[in-house]
Design a protein around this ligand. Sequence first.
Ligand code: UD1
Ligand code: UDP
Length: 440
Amino acid sequence: MKIATVLGTRPEIIKMAPILDEIEKRGIDSVLIHTGQHYDKEMSDNFFKDLELSTPDYNIQVESSSHGKQTGLMMKGIEEVILDEKPDIVLVQGDTNAVLAGAVVAGKLHIAVGHVEAGLRSFDLTMPEEINRKIADITTQMYFVPTEKSAINLLAEDFPRDKIIETGNTVVDACFRHLEIAEKRPIEEDSLRELDIENMDNILTLTMHRAENTDDESRLRGIIAALKELTEMNIIFPIHPRTKKTLKNLGLWDGFNGLDHIHIIKPVGYLDFLLLMSKSTLILTDSGGLQEEAVTLSVPVLTLRYNTERPETVDVGGNILVGADTDVILENARKILTDEEFANNMKNAINPYGDGTAAIKTVDAIEDFYKRGLLNIKAPEEVATSFVRKIEAIDTDITVKEFEDKNKAVVHLVYDGEAMVFPNDELNLNGKMITYDKYQ
Ligand code: UD1
Ligand code: UDP
Protein backbone atom coordinates (compact mmCIF):
# COMPACT_ATOMS: atom_id res chain seq x y z
CA MET A 1 0.00 0.00 0.00
CA LYS A 2 1.20 3.51 -0.78
CA ILE A 3 -0.15 6.60 0.99
CA ALA A 4 0.31 10.08 -0.47
CA THR A 5 -0.16 13.02 1.88
CA VAL A 6 -0.81 16.54 0.66
CA LEU A 7 -0.17 19.47 2.98
CA GLY A 8 0.77 23.09 2.55
CA THR A 9 0.21 25.28 5.60
CA ARG A 10 1.32 25.45 9.22
CA PRO A 11 -1.73 23.73 10.75
CA GLU A 12 -1.67 20.92 8.20
CA ILE A 13 1.97 20.16 9.01
CA ILE A 14 1.20 20.06 12.74
CA LYS A 15 -1.97 17.99 12.47
CA MET A 16 -0.61 15.52 9.91
CA ALA A 17 2.64 14.97 11.86
CA PRO A 18 1.18 12.26 14.15
CA ILE A 19 -0.23 10.41 11.11
CA LEU A 20 3.03 10.68 9.16
CA ASP A 21 4.86 9.29 12.22
CA GLU A 22 2.41 6.40 12.45
CA ILE A 23 2.73 5.62 8.73
CA GLU A 24 6.51 5.57 9.06
CA LYS A 25 6.42 3.45 12.21
CA ARG A 26 4.38 0.80 10.37
CA GLY A 27 6.76 0.81 7.38
CA ILE A 28 4.00 1.81 4.94
CA ASP A 29 5.19 3.23 1.62
CA SER A 30 4.58 6.98 1.76
CA VAL A 31 4.91 10.10 -0.39
CA LEU A 32 4.75 13.58 1.08
CA ILE A 33 3.64 16.46 -1.15
CA HIS A 34 4.03 20.05 0.10
CA THR A 35 2.02 22.55 -1.92
CA GLY A 36 4.28 25.41 -0.80
CA GLN A 37 1.30 27.60 0.20
CA HIS A 38 3.25 28.52 3.34
CA TYR A 39 6.90 29.09 2.55
CA ASP A 40 8.42 31.41 5.17
CA LYS A 41 10.79 29.53 7.47
CA GLU A 42 8.57 30.51 10.43
CA MET A 43 5.44 29.16 8.70
CA SER A 44 6.82 25.89 7.32
CA ASP A 45 10.44 24.65 7.72
CA ASN A 46 10.53 25.30 11.46
CA PHE A 47 7.63 22.88 11.95
CA PHE A 48 9.38 20.09 10.06
CA LYS A 49 12.30 20.62 12.44
CA ASP A 50 10.23 20.83 15.66
CA LEU A 51 8.09 17.84 14.71
CA GLU A 52 11.08 15.84 13.41
CA LEU A 53 9.45 15.23 10.05
CA SER A 54 11.30 14.19 6.90
CA THR A 55 11.64 16.75 4.15
CA PRO A 56 8.72 16.50 1.69
CA ASP A 57 9.34 14.34 -1.39
CA TYR A 58 7.82 17.05 -3.55
CA ASN A 59 7.31 20.80 -3.11
CA ILE A 60 4.98 22.34 -5.65
CA GLN A 61 5.94 25.88 -4.53
CA VAL A 62 2.65 27.58 -5.31
CA GLU A 63 3.35 30.37 -2.77
CA SER A 64 0.86 33.25 -2.36
CA SER A 65 -1.72 34.35 -4.91
CA SER A 66 -5.46 34.55 -5.48
CA HIS A 67 -7.57 31.52 -4.57
CA GLY A 68 -8.16 30.49 -8.18
CA LYS A 69 -4.56 30.75 -9.26
CA GLN A 70 -3.19 29.14 -6.10
CA THR A 71 -5.64 26.24 -6.19
CA GLY A 72 -5.13 25.76 -9.95
CA LEU A 73 -1.36 25.57 -9.56
CA MET A 74 -1.80 23.07 -6.74
CA MET A 75 -4.10 20.91 -8.86
CA LYS A 76 -1.62 20.84 -11.73
CA GLY A 77 1.29 19.96 -9.45
CA ILE A 78 -0.57 17.37 -7.37
CA GLU A 79 -1.92 15.67 -10.50
CA GLU A 80 1.57 15.24 -11.94
CA VAL A 81 2.87 13.68 -8.74
CA ILE A 82 -0.13 11.38 -8.31
CA LEU A 83 0.05 10.13 -11.88
CA ASP A 84 3.70 9.35 -11.32
CA GLU A 85 3.48 7.85 -7.83
CA LYS A 86 0.16 5.97 -8.18
CA PRO A 87 -0.77 5.97 -4.48
CA ASP A 88 -3.65 3.86 -3.13
CA ILE A 89 -4.97 6.78 -1.11
CA VAL A 90 -4.37 10.53 -0.95
CA LEU A 91 -4.68 12.10 2.49
CA VAL A 92 -5.69 15.73 2.92
CA GLN A 93 -6.26 17.55 6.22
CA GLY A 94 -8.68 20.25 7.30
CA ASP A 95 -9.98 23.00 5.07
CA THR A 96 -7.20 24.81 3.20
CA ASN A 97 -6.85 25.14 -0.55
CA ALA A 98 -4.68 21.99 -0.51
CA VAL A 99 -7.71 20.02 0.66
CA LEU A 100 -9.80 21.24 -2.23
CA ALA A 101 -7.01 20.72 -4.79
CA GLY A 102 -5.90 17.29 -3.51
CA ALA A 103 -9.42 15.91 -3.15
CA VAL A 104 -10.65 17.05 -6.56
CA VAL A 105 -7.56 15.87 -8.41
CA ALA A 106 -7.39 12.47 -6.72
CA GLY A 107 -11.15 11.96 -7.06
CA LYS A 108 -11.05 12.54 -10.80
CA LEU A 109 -8.16 10.08 -11.12
CA HIS A 110 -10.28 7.50 -9.24
CA ILE A 111 -7.86 7.45 -6.36
CA ALA A 112 -9.33 7.19 -2.87
CA VAL A 113 -9.27 10.37 -0.79
CA GLY A 114 -8.94 10.26 2.99
CA HIS A 115 -10.08 13.52 4.59
CA VAL A 116 -8.56 14.01 8.01
CA GLU A 117 -10.68 16.32 10.20
CA ALA A 118 -13.71 15.90 7.95
CA GLY A 119 -17.27 16.92 8.79
CA LEU A 120 -16.59 20.33 10.31
CA ARG A 121 -19.13 22.93 9.24
CA SER A 122 -19.49 26.62 10.07
CA PHE A 123 -22.53 26.86 7.75
CA ASP A 124 -20.98 30.10 6.49
CA LEU A 125 -20.16 30.00 2.80
CA THR A 126 -18.43 33.39 2.94
CA MET A 127 -15.48 31.49 4.45
CA PRO A 128 -13.12 30.01 1.86
CA GLU A 129 -12.52 27.15 4.28
CA GLU A 130 -16.21 26.14 4.32
CA ILE A 131 -16.23 25.88 0.52
CA ASN A 132 -13.03 23.79 0.61
CA ARG A 133 -14.42 21.39 3.21
CA LYS A 134 -17.68 20.82 1.43
CA ILE A 135 -16.17 20.28 -2.00
CA ALA A 136 -13.50 17.95 -0.67
CA ASP A 137 -16.13 15.77 0.96
CA ILE A 138 -17.80 15.04 -2.39
CA THR A 139 -14.83 12.96 -3.60
CA THR A 140 -13.79 11.53 -0.23
CA GLN A 141 -13.79 7.77 0.43
CA MET A 142 -12.73 7.85 4.08
CA TYR A 143 -13.96 10.58 6.41
CA PHE A 144 -11.84 10.79 9.56
CA VAL A 145 -14.07 12.84 11.83
CA PRO A 146 -12.97 14.27 15.18
CA THR A 147 -16.34 14.07 16.95
CA GLU A 148 -19.82 12.59 16.70
CA LYS A 149 -21.11 16.06 15.81
CA SER A 150 -18.93 16.18 12.68
CA ALA A 151 -20.05 12.65 11.78
CA ILE A 152 -23.68 13.77 11.99
CA ASN A 153 -22.96 16.81 9.78
CA LEU A 154 -21.82 14.39 7.08
CA LEU A 155 -24.80 12.07 7.50
CA ALA A 156 -27.12 15.05 7.19
CA GLU A 157 -25.46 15.83 3.84
CA ASP A 158 -26.13 12.25 2.74
CA PHE A 159 -22.62 10.82 3.03
CA PRO A 160 -22.69 7.10 3.88
CA ARG A 161 -22.11 6.05 7.46
CA ASP A 162 -19.76 3.19 6.59
CA LYS A 163 -17.15 5.64 5.28
CA ILE A 164 -17.22 7.80 8.41
CA ILE A 165 -14.66 6.92 11.07
CA GLU A 166 -14.60 8.77 14.38
CA THR A 167 -10.98 9.17 15.40
CA GLY A 168 -10.72 12.26 17.58
CA ASN A 169 -8.46 15.06 16.36
CA THR A 170 -4.73 14.57 15.76
CA VAL A 171 -4.22 18.00 17.32
CA VAL A 172 -4.56 16.22 20.69
CA ASP A 173 -1.96 13.60 19.73
CA ALA A 174 0.46 16.37 18.71
CA CYS A 175 -0.29 18.50 21.75
CA PHE A 176 0.20 15.76 24.34
CA ARG A 177 3.37 14.42 22.79
CA HIS A 178 5.08 17.73 22.11
CA LEU A 179 4.14 19.69 25.22
CA GLU A 180 6.08 17.13 27.25
CA ILE A 181 9.13 17.67 25.02
CA ALA A 182 8.67 21.46 25.10
CA GLU A 183 8.57 21.51 28.90
CA LYS A 184 11.88 19.70 29.15
CA ARG A 185 13.92 21.95 26.86
CA PRO A 186 14.90 25.59 27.05
CA ILE A 187 12.78 28.07 25.09
CA GLU A 188 14.35 28.53 21.66
CA GLU A 189 12.58 31.64 20.48
CA ASP A 190 14.64 34.72 21.43
CA SER A 191 11.57 36.95 21.69
CA LEU A 192 9.87 34.63 24.21
CA ARG A 193 13.09 34.18 26.19
CA GLU A 194 13.54 37.94 26.40
CA LEU A 195 9.96 38.35 27.61
CA ASP A 196 10.70 35.69 30.26
CA ILE A 197 7.28 34.10 29.76
CA GLU A 198 8.00 31.51 32.41
CA ASN A 199 7.84 34.22 35.06
CA MET A 200 5.22 36.40 33.42
CA ASP A 201 1.66 36.74 34.80
CA ASN A 202 -1.62 37.43 33.04
CA ILE A 203 -0.47 36.26 29.61
CA LEU A 204 -2.97 36.67 26.83
CA THR A 205 -1.82 34.79 23.72
CA LEU A 206 -3.28 36.32 20.60
CA THR A 207 -3.33 34.97 17.04
CA MET A 208 -5.36 36.34 14.16
CA HIS A 209 -5.26 35.64 10.45
CA ARG A 210 -8.76 34.80 9.20
CA ALA A 211 -9.91 36.56 6.06
CA GLU A 212 -13.12 37.68 7.79
CA ASN A 213 -11.01 39.74 10.22
CA THR A 214 -7.91 40.70 8.23
CA ASP A 215 -9.89 41.72 5.15
CA ASP A 216 -12.42 43.77 7.12
CA GLU A 217 -11.05 47.04 8.43
CA SER A 218 -13.87 47.75 10.85
CA ARG A 219 -13.53 44.32 12.45
CA LEU A 220 -9.77 44.79 12.72
CA ARG A 221 -10.27 48.17 14.35
CA GLY A 222 -12.80 46.70 16.79
CA ILE A 223 -10.33 44.03 17.89
CA ILE A 224 -7.40 46.42 18.13
CA ALA A 225 -9.42 48.84 20.26
CA ALA A 226 -9.99 46.05 22.79
CA LEU A 227 -6.31 45.09 22.78
CA LYS A 228 -5.29 48.66 23.52
CA GLU A 229 -7.57 48.83 26.53
CA LEU A 230 -6.51 45.51 28.02
CA THR A 231 -3.51 47.03 29.81
CA GLU A 232 -3.88 44.64 32.74
CA MET A 233 -2.79 41.74 30.49
CA ASN A 234 0.52 40.91 28.84
CA ILE A 235 -0.59 40.38 25.27
CA ILE A 236 1.78 38.20 23.25
CA PHE A 237 0.94 38.32 19.58
CA PRO A 238 2.97 36.06 17.26
CA ILE A 239 1.73 37.69 14.11
CA HIS A 240 0.73 35.80 10.95
CA PRO A 241 2.39 37.33 7.84
CA ARG A 242 -1.03 38.02 6.35
CA THR A 243 -2.08 40.13 9.34
CA LYS A 244 1.23 42.00 9.45
CA LYS A 245 0.83 42.88 5.78
CA THR A 246 -2.74 44.14 6.28
CA LEU A 247 -1.92 46.18 9.39
CA LYS A 248 0.91 47.87 7.49
CA ASN A 249 -1.24 48.50 4.41
CA LEU A 250 -3.99 50.06 6.49
CA GLY A 251 -1.55 52.22 8.45
CA LEU A 252 -2.53 50.48 11.70
CA TRP A 253 0.90 49.02 12.47
CA ASP A 254 2.35 52.17 14.04
CA GLY A 255 -0.67 52.41 16.34
CA PHE A 256 0.95 49.72 18.51
CA ASN A 257 4.02 51.88 19.19
CA GLY A 258 4.51 52.71 22.84
CA LEU A 259 2.00 50.13 24.10
CA ASP A 260 4.10 48.27 26.66
CA HIS A 261 1.51 45.56 27.30
CA ILE A 262 1.37 44.39 23.66
CA HIS A 263 4.28 42.33 22.37
CA ILE A 264 4.11 41.66 18.64
CA ILE A 265 6.59 38.96 17.65
CA LYS A 266 7.27 36.71 14.66
CA PRO A 267 5.29 33.43 14.43
CA VAL A 268 6.99 31.04 16.84
CA GLY A 269 7.94 27.37 16.52
CA TYR A 270 5.44 24.73 17.63
CA LEU A 271 7.20 23.64 20.83
CA ASP A 272 7.67 27.19 22.10
CA PHE A 273 4.13 28.03 21.08
CA LEU A 274 2.70 25.09 23.02
CA LEU A 275 4.58 26.28 26.08
CA LEU A 276 3.31 29.82 25.57
CA MET A 277 -0.30 28.63 25.29
CA SER A 278 0.00 26.40 28.34
CA LYS A 279 1.28 29.35 30.43
CA SER A 280 -1.49 31.68 29.26
CA THR A 281 -4.37 32.94 31.35
CA LEU A 282 -6.37 33.39 28.19
CA ILE A 283 -6.16 32.73 24.45
CA LEU A 284 -7.73 35.21 22.05
CA THR A 285 -7.84 33.92 18.51
CA ASP A 286 -9.61 33.39 15.23
CA SER A 287 -7.60 30.23 14.53
CA GLY A 288 -9.31 26.88 14.18
CA GLY A 289 -6.45 24.91 15.69
CA LEU A 290 -6.10 27.18 18.70
CA GLN A 291 -9.74 26.68 19.72
CA GLU A 292 -9.01 22.94 19.88
CA GLU A 293 -5.61 23.33 21.56
CA ALA A 294 -7.05 25.65 24.20
CA VAL A 295 -9.58 23.05 25.39
CA THR A 296 -6.88 20.39 25.21
CA LEU A 297 -4.52 22.46 27.37
CA SER A 298 -7.33 23.67 29.69
CA VAL A 299 -6.84 27.35 28.86
CA PRO A 300 -9.95 29.57 28.42
CA VAL A 301 -10.36 30.75 24.83
CA LEU A 302 -12.26 33.70 23.35
CA THR A 303 -12.81 33.31 19.63
CA LEU A 304 -12.75 36.40 17.43
CA ARG A 305 -15.48 35.10 15.16
CA TYR A 306 -19.26 35.09 14.88
CA ASN A 307 -19.49 31.36 14.16
CA THR A 308 -17.29 28.34 14.55
CA GLU A 309 -16.96 24.97 12.91
CA ARG A 310 -15.71 23.81 16.32
CA PRO A 311 -19.01 24.19 18.26
CA GLU A 312 -17.96 21.37 20.58
CA THR A 313 -15.51 23.76 22.27
CA VAL A 314 -18.39 26.14 23.02
CA ASP A 315 -20.74 23.32 24.07
CA VAL A 316 -18.28 22.03 26.67
CA GLY A 317 -17.84 25.56 28.04
CA GLY A 318 -14.19 26.18 27.12
CA ASN A 319 -14.74 28.68 24.30
CA ILE A 320 -16.82 31.86 23.93
CA LEU A 321 -17.47 33.50 20.56
CA VAL A 322 -16.81 37.22 20.95
CA GLY A 323 -16.70 38.31 17.31
CA ALA A 324 -14.84 41.55 16.69
CA ASP A 325 -16.92 43.53 19.17
CA THR A 326 -14.66 45.65 21.41
CA ASP A 327 -17.00 45.63 24.43
CA VAL A 328 -17.75 41.91 24.26
CA ILE A 329 -14.04 41.09 24.01
CA LEU A 330 -13.19 43.35 26.95
CA GLU A 331 -16.03 42.11 29.14
CA ASN A 332 -15.15 38.44 28.68
CA ALA A 333 -11.37 38.88 28.91
CA ARG A 334 -11.73 40.82 32.16
CA LYS A 335 -14.15 38.29 33.57
CA ILE A 336 -11.65 35.50 32.94
CA LEU A 337 -8.96 37.55 34.66
CA THR A 338 -10.98 38.56 37.72
CA ASP A 339 -13.71 35.96 38.23
CA GLU A 340 -12.01 32.77 39.40
CA GLU A 341 -15.13 30.63 39.24
CA PHE A 342 -15.88 31.75 35.69
CA ALA A 343 -12.30 31.08 34.60
CA ASN A 344 -12.22 27.68 36.33
CA ASN A 345 -15.43 26.60 34.66
CA MET A 346 -13.85 27.37 31.30
CA LYS A 347 -10.60 25.61 32.24
CA ASN A 348 -12.47 22.51 33.42
CA ALA A 349 -14.23 22.02 30.09
CA ILE A 350 -13.88 18.41 29.01
CA ASN A 351 -11.81 18.05 25.86
CA PRO A 352 -14.17 16.77 23.12
CA TYR A 353 -11.39 15.84 20.70
CA GLY A 354 -10.35 12.44 21.98
CA ASP A 355 -7.52 10.91 23.94
CA GLY A 356 -4.54 11.43 21.64
CA THR A 357 -4.95 8.23 19.63
CA ALA A 358 -6.43 9.79 16.48
CA ALA A 359 -3.39 8.97 14.32
CA ILE A 360 -3.41 5.30 15.35
CA LYS A 361 -7.14 5.03 14.64
CA THR A 362 -6.71 6.75 11.27
CA VAL A 363 -3.93 4.48 10.04
CA ASP A 364 -5.69 1.38 11.47
CA ALA A 365 -8.76 2.28 9.40
CA ILE A 366 -6.73 2.90 6.23
CA GLU A 367 -5.04 -0.50 6.58
CA ASP A 368 -8.41 -2.15 7.17
CA PHE A 369 -10.02 -0.47 4.11
CA TYR A 370 -7.00 -1.41 1.99
CA LYS A 371 -7.18 -5.08 3.06
CA ARG A 372 -10.91 -5.18 2.30
CA GLY A 373 -10.34 -3.70 -1.18
CA LEU A 374 -12.38 -0.62 -0.31
CA LEU A 375 -9.79 1.80 -1.65
CA ASN A 376 -10.25 0.48 -5.21
CA ILE A 377 -12.59 2.83 -7.01
CA LYS A 378 -14.16 1.24 -10.08
CA ALA A 379 -17.00 2.25 -12.35
CA PRO A 380 -20.16 0.26 -11.48
CA GLU A 381 -20.40 -3.13 -13.21
CA GLU A 382 -23.99 -3.95 -12.26
CA VAL A 383 -27.24 -2.28 -13.23
CA ALA A 384 -28.13 0.09 -10.44
CA THR A 385 -30.78 -1.02 -7.96
CA SER A 386 -33.36 1.53 -6.94
CA PHE A 387 -34.13 2.42 -3.38
CA VAL A 388 -36.80 4.20 -1.43
CA ARG A 389 -36.07 6.37 1.60
CA LYS A 390 -38.28 5.44 4.54
CA ILE A 391 -38.91 6.65 8.05
CA GLU A 392 -39.77 4.36 10.96
CA ALA A 393 -40.11 4.39 14.74
CA ILE A 394 -38.38 1.29 16.13
CA ASP A 395 -39.90 -0.42 19.17
CA THR A 396 -37.89 -3.63 19.43
CA ASP A 397 -34.33 -4.42 20.42
CA ILE A 398 -32.39 -4.46 17.18
CA THR A 399 -28.95 -3.10 16.35
CA VAL A 400 -28.22 -0.98 13.28
CA LYS A 401 -26.31 -3.87 11.67
CA GLU A 402 -29.10 -6.38 12.36
CA PHE A 403 -31.69 -3.96 10.99
CA GLU A 404 -29.70 -3.40 7.80
CA ASP A 405 -29.11 -7.13 7.20
CA LYS A 406 -32.74 -8.02 7.90
CA ASN A 407 -34.24 -5.28 5.70
CA LYS A 408 -31.63 -5.01 2.91
CA ALA A 409 -31.38 -1.39 3.94
CA VAL A 410 -28.87 1.28 4.86
CA VAL A 411 -29.63 3.31 7.97
CA HIS A 412 -29.33 7.02 7.36
CA LEU A 413 -30.33 9.26 10.28
CA VAL A 414 -31.18 8.20 13.82
CA TYR A 415 -33.05 10.41 16.28
CA ASP A 416 -32.98 9.68 20.00
CA GLY A 417 -35.71 12.03 21.19
CA GLU A 418 -34.72 15.38 19.71
CA ALA A 419 -31.02 14.57 19.42
CA MET A 420 -29.45 12.96 16.40
CA VAL A 421 -27.03 10.13 17.17
CA PHE A 422 -24.48 8.42 14.97
CA PRO A 423 -25.62 4.94 13.86
CA ASN A 424 -22.71 2.71 14.86
CA ASP A 425 -23.19 -0.96 13.87
CA GLU A 426 -23.89 -1.94 17.49
CA LEU A 427 -26.31 0.90 18.36
CA ASN A 428 -29.61 -0.47 19.70
CA LEU A 429 -32.38 1.21 17.73
CA ASN A 430 -35.13 0.48 20.25
CA GLY A 431 -37.05 3.67 21.02
CA LYS A 432 -35.47 5.64 18.19
CA MET A 433 -36.85 7.21 15.05
CA ILE A 434 -34.82 6.37 11.95
CA THR A 435 -34.65 7.12 8.27
CA TYR A 436 -33.18 4.45 6.02
CA ASP A 437 -32.73 3.59 2.37
CA LYS A 438 -34.36 0.31 1.38
CA TYR A 439 -33.02 -1.34 -1.75
CA GLN A 440 -35.36 -3.13 -4.17
C1 UD1 B 1 -4.28 29.68 4.98
C2 UD1 B 1 -5.59 28.92 4.87
C3 UD1 B 1 -6.37 29.04 6.16
C4 UD1 B 1 -5.52 28.59 7.34
C5 UD1 B 1 -4.19 29.35 7.34
C6 UD1 B 1 -3.30 28.80 8.41
C7 UD1 B 1 -6.70 28.77 2.68
C8 UD1 B 1 -7.78 29.32 1.86
N1 UD1 B 1 -6.43 29.45 3.81
O1 UD1 B 1 -4.60 31.05 5.16
O2 UD1 B 1 -7.54 28.25 6.11
O3 UD1 B 1 -6.23 28.85 8.51
O4 UD1 B 1 -3.55 29.17 6.07
O5 UD1 B 1 -2.33 29.71 8.79
O6 UD1 B 1 -6.10 27.78 2.34
N2 UD1 B 1 2.22 34.79 3.59
C9 UD1 B 1 3.57 35.01 3.77
N3 UD1 B 1 4.37 33.92 3.98
C10 UD1 B 1 3.92 32.66 4.00
C11 UD1 B 1 2.55 32.44 3.80
C12 UD1 B 1 1.70 33.51 3.60
O7 UD1 B 1 4.03 36.16 3.77
O8 UD1 B 1 4.72 31.72 4.21
C13 UD1 B 1 1.33 35.97 3.41
C14 UD1 B 1 1.17 36.40 1.95
O9 UD1 B 1 1.11 37.78 1.94
C15 UD1 B 1 -0.17 35.83 1.58
C16 UD1 B 1 -0.94 35.87 2.90
O10 UD1 B 1 0.04 35.64 3.90
O11 UD1 B 1 -0.80 36.55 0.59
C17 UD1 B 1 -2.04 34.83 3.01
O12 UD1 B 1 -1.52 33.51 2.80
P1 UD1 B 1 -2.43 32.32 2.25
O13 UD1 B 1 -1.65 31.07 2.23
O14 UD1 B 1 -3.10 32.73 1.01
O15 UD1 B 1 -3.58 32.22 3.30
P2 UD1 B 1 -3.53 32.18 4.88
O16 UD1 B 1 -4.15 33.43 5.37
O17 UD1 B 1 -2.19 31.81 5.38
N1 UDP C 1 1.09 27.95 15.90
C1 UDP C 1 2.46 27.94 16.13
N2 UDP C 1 3.11 29.14 16.25
C2 UDP C 1 2.46 30.33 16.15
C3 UDP C 1 1.06 30.33 15.93
C4 UDP C 1 0.40 29.12 15.80
O1 UDP C 1 3.07 26.88 16.24
O2 UDP C 1 3.11 31.39 16.25
C5 UDP C 1 0.39 26.66 15.72
C6 UDP C 1 -0.71 26.36 16.71
O3 UDP C 1 -0.19 25.66 17.80
C7 UDP C 1 -1.70 25.54 15.91
C8 UDP C 1 -1.50 25.99 14.50
O4 UDP C 1 -0.28 26.72 14.47
O5 UDP C 1 -1.41 24.16 15.98
C9 UDP C 1 -2.64 26.84 14.05
O6 UDP C 1 -2.38 27.40 12.82
P1 UDP C 1 -3.22 28.60 12.24
O7 UDP C 1 -3.84 29.34 13.34
O8 UDP C 1 -2.31 29.32 11.33
O9 UDP C 1 -4.30 27.87 11.33
P2 UDP C 1 -5.80 27.35 11.59
O10 UDP C 1 -5.77 26.35 12.67
O11 UDP C 1 -6.66 28.53 11.87
O12 UDP C 1 -6.16 26.76 10.26
